[in-house]
Ligand binder design. Structure first.
Ligand code: SF4
Length: 238
């Protein structure tokens, strides 16, 4: 597993962005997250060590652009080169998450065709309005691997009209940080039920910092959020 952040910084775009972790962590260092800039690791996929081997070994999943949005407008000038590196490293699996799926056709390279087989695109839908706006479009796009991200989940979401074999997985999670909004247990169990009915994998990734179950609100420390979600036993593979 490798991380590749070709550019850093973003602009808040939809309700899930309110407590964006990029803004939170940059604020701690006095950095302005609204300035989008290429990073020093822009060329990482093709970087080699002294032995002439790729620094990212073949077969790795590469978590891509987690300190920005891969489709953010400011990165239009750099994205073609990023795509070219992803194409050249067809032995890696690049995964990125976007809230700007509406920009898909403005952002793909000319030779995209049915989608680069080694690129996994995840569309975030943090509430019902985002789901209804983004998923009908996302569902039809030529992308080899697609997943849906309900994180931070902000309310009960009904995905049943959209789910099907086209979606590789649904991932759900609460919000972290000191101002986190509540995540309700029943939102998660109902998403899991929808996934079971549609035969789509489901991953309850993390509880978030404010988790409500059976009318009780729990403040969950960061280090326990993933473990508690895993302990719930809600993950599902068809
Ligand atoms: S799109 Fe993602 S990176 Fe950009 S502001 Fe929103 S949460 Fe942060």
């Amino acid at each position: 597993m490798a991380n590749w952040n070709p550019w850093h910084g973003c602009h808040k775009y939809s309700p899930g962005c309110r407590h964006c972790y990029v803004y939170r962590s940059d604020a701690a260092h006095g950095k302005d997250s609204s300035v989008v800039a290429k990073t020093s690791s822009f060329g990482l996929p093709l970087a080699k060590n002294r032995a002439g081997e790729y620094k990212i070994p073949s077969g790795e999943r590469v978590w891509t652009c987690f300190t920005s949005d891969f489709f953010v407008e400011d990165a239009d000038q750099w994205r073609p080169e990023a795509w070219a590196m992803m194409k050249e490293r067809s032995d890696l699996n690049f995964l990125f998450i976007t809230k700007r799926i509406h920009r898909f056709y403005e952002c793909i390279p000319e030779d995209w065709d049915a989608g680069y087989p080694n690129v996994h695109i995840c569309c975030t839908v943090e509430n019902q309005a985002c789901a209804d706006q983004r998923l009908p479009f996302f569902k039809e796009l030529p992308i080899a691997q697609k997943s849906i991200i309900c994180e931070p989940i902000l309310e009960h979401i009904d995905l049943s009209a959209y789910l099907g074999p086209w979606a590789k997985e649904v991932v759900a999670g609460g919000e972290s940080g000191p101002s986190a909004r509540i995540c309700r247990y029943e939102w998660i169990t109902d998403l899991q039920r929808q996934c079971r009915e549609a035969g789509v994998s489901f991953w309850f990734k993390q509880t978030g910092a404010m988790f409500e179950k059976d009318g009780k609100l729990y403040r969950i420390p960061r280090r326990h959020q993933h473990i508690q979600a895993q302990k719930s036993g809600l993950n599902y593979t068809p």
